[in-house]
Design a binder for this molecule. Sequence first.
Ligand SMILES: Cc1cc2nc3c(=O)[nH]c(=O)nc-3n(C[C@H](O)[C@H](O)[C@H](O)COP(=O)(O)OP(=O)(O)OC[C@H]3O[C@@H](n4cnc5c(N)ncnc54)[C@H](O)[C@@H]3O)c2cc1C
Length: 365
Amino acid sequence: MDVVIVGAGVIGLAVAEAMTGRGAEVTVLEAADRIGTGVSSRNSEVVHAGLYYPTGSLKATLCVEGRERLAAFCEQHGVDHRWTGKVLVATAADEVPALERIGAQAEANGARPLVSMSRHDLLQRCPTVRAVAALWSTGTGIVDSHGLMTRLRLLTERRGGVVLCRHGLVGATLRTNGWRLEIRQPDGSLAALDADIVVNAAGLQADEVARLVCQDADLPRHIAVKGSYFDVVGPPPADTLVYPVPSPTLTGLGTHLTIDLAGRARLGPDVQMGRASDDFAVDGSRAALFHQAASRFLPELRLDQLQPAYAGIRPKLATDRVADFYVRHEVDRGLPGWVNLLGIESPGLTASLALAQRVATLAGG
Ligand SMILES: Cc1cc2nc3c(=O)[nH]c(=O)nc-3n(C[C@H](O)[C@H](O)[C@H](O)COP(=O)(O)OP(=O)(O)OC[C@H]3O[C@@H](n4cnc5c(N)ncnc54)[C@H](O)[C@@H]3O)c2cc1C
């Protein structure tokens, strides 16, 4: 089976690793100069436990399974990671019911347990964090996403897979014996490549890539939702991740505190809807909003500790409910062999290895 994967972010590379593992001949096309420079390079690098998403959704199922696969993969292949845990806080009495709902949701999702924290526990574990109630997630951690992608690429190439950077997909035609793909090469010329299976893992551009072959009005579209981060200078205010209660539609998880593998603390991402997909500038004047949000649970945080860091863009599907991942082999649209992956926002990094297995099965590998 000849498989072409469009996009060398964490999802495309995970699919490549899974499909070469099942014996497929895989070529990964990446329009950028290097792998992993898209959404996968601008996130929080948190390994989520699968607490929030509706039971049975792809986000919940693939996050819980992906977390376990990722843990095993990192151990086996020496990818840097740390089980930091995370504290979920209610900062006012009216947030407590929402916190309790997250506890119940996590249990229903089969996520690793959430443990109720007493005031004493909170004081012991995170003396600078203020909350009226808190839950401790044992299953949350952080991971070196670039180390993960490098390893997935290496495994793919060792099994004969090919990763071509500066090779963008610009057209595709369905023929009687599979797909004929049109590819822009580094010198600007066009080349043709044939494939039995095409996996569209083009991240933010995946909805545009899908429209190269399908004009259906109900094919989902992305809304670019920007999320900025601010570094917290000086000693980290806590040595674990601290999250508030999120909004009911889970557009974001609320401005939270993360720690990276170097021990640096960061706040974010916030939510700015409908931005350009390359709007990566961080507006320093938003520091006051971040400070206001975070000082509800970190009362000693000072505004002058916040410095603009970076921004990422979420490829969110337009819906007034909780958006799920869209993972389909598009046979019903008359596109046999074409798999679309749309709306792969958070927890896509955590879910990547489970999602990849799902795609390999869907594609018949
Ligand atoms: C602010 C933010 C925070 C997040 N935090 C977390 C987190 O803490 N934990 C977590 O689990 N998830 C998190 N996520 C989600 C996670 O980062 C994404 O789900 C994941 O990185 C998506 O990977 P991808 O491979 O689909 O996309 P990408 O990494 O964007 O890869 C797609 C690739 O396709 C290429 N491409 C596009 N068009 C073409 C074409 N025509 N031809 C060839 N190549 C093409 C692009 O250049 C790009 O490299 C976060 C996301 C954001 C935005």
